[in-house]
Design a protein around this ligand. Structure first.
Ligand code: CTP
Ligand code: CA
Length: 225
């Protein structure tokens, strides 16, 4: 990070970062959520501001201070995130989907609070698929826009990552190894960044800021002049 101090290689660029985890409403008081803290996305936003970019941060359910100099767009659900991201990327040079987007949402929203019925078993909650924002971004992007995804994988992390990178059609996929308390809510992260061009960049365990700097390095190298 120190070596990059004062490097404004993203000056004149607009970058969009999504962060946090979406919440999918079950009824007025309940939701399906996930453990994403938003720390990696916020680190990406802060480092991009420091490197001179105009930053739009689409933030889902994050309890962190707004990064100075970034435009924060708060959202709740995956559908809201999709709308906000699609709008923000219109004129963007790069987009990084660091958010944990819920794959499924309750198929029907219950307008009234679900109550217990004495003696009766609870009703199951039917699920519907959410849109894949990253795949949509990669498919519909303007020429030259760099599209980056994140993936948390277990088991064969690299093979799963390669398959996901191809399936999503993005330029870079940042693959984290997850386990009990390996990533979520921790200030540090270890990852490998896979490129659609076949490259792979290992990032040793360190601050999420350090991983963010590597991601911007790889993006900057792919931006057209
Ligand atoms: N993502 C997205 N929209 C979704 C789901 C995921 O944009 N509905 C993005 C995430 O922000 C992330 C990337 O896709 O950048 C990978 O997310 P991940 O959950 O690992 O991928 P999935 O395709 O949902 O695969 P899996 O079945 O492993 O969850
Ligand atoms: Ca998923």
């Amino acid at each position: 990070v120190l070596a990059r101090q004062g490097v404004r290689d993203l000056a004149g660029r607009h970058v969009v970062v999504s962060a946090g985890g979406t919440r999918e409403a079950i009824d007025p008081v309940r939701f399906i959520g996930n453990r994403s803290s938003g720390m990696q996305g916020y680190a990406l936003a802060r480092t991009a501001v420091a490197r001179g970019a105009r930053v739009t941060l689409v933030s889902a359910n994050v309890a962190l201070p707004d990064p100075a100099g970034a435009q924060v767009v708060p959202v709740g659900s995956a559908e809201e995130m999709r709308k906000a991201v699609l709008e923000a990327v219109q004129d963007a040079d790069a987009v990084v989907m660091a958010a944990a987007v819920a794959d499924f949402r309750p198929a029907g929203y219950q307008g009234s609070k679900i109550k217990k019925t004495p003696g009766a078993e609870p009703e199951p909650i039917a699920l519907a698929k959410n849109p894949d924002i990253l795949a949509e971004l990669a498919a519909d992007r303007p020429p030259g826009q760099v599209v980056v995804g994140f993936a948390a994988e277990t088991d064969d992390v690299l093979a799963n990552g390669r398959e996901k990178l191809a399936r999503k059609g993005c330029d870079l996929l940042v693959v984290n190894q997850v386990g009990e308390d390996l990533t979520f809510g921790r200030p540090d992260n270890a990852a490998v960044v896979l490129g659609a061009d076949g490259t792979s960049t290992e990032v040793p365990r360190g601050a999420k800021e350090a991983l963010a700097e590597v991601v911007w390095d790889l993006i900057a190298a792919r931006l057209p002049d």
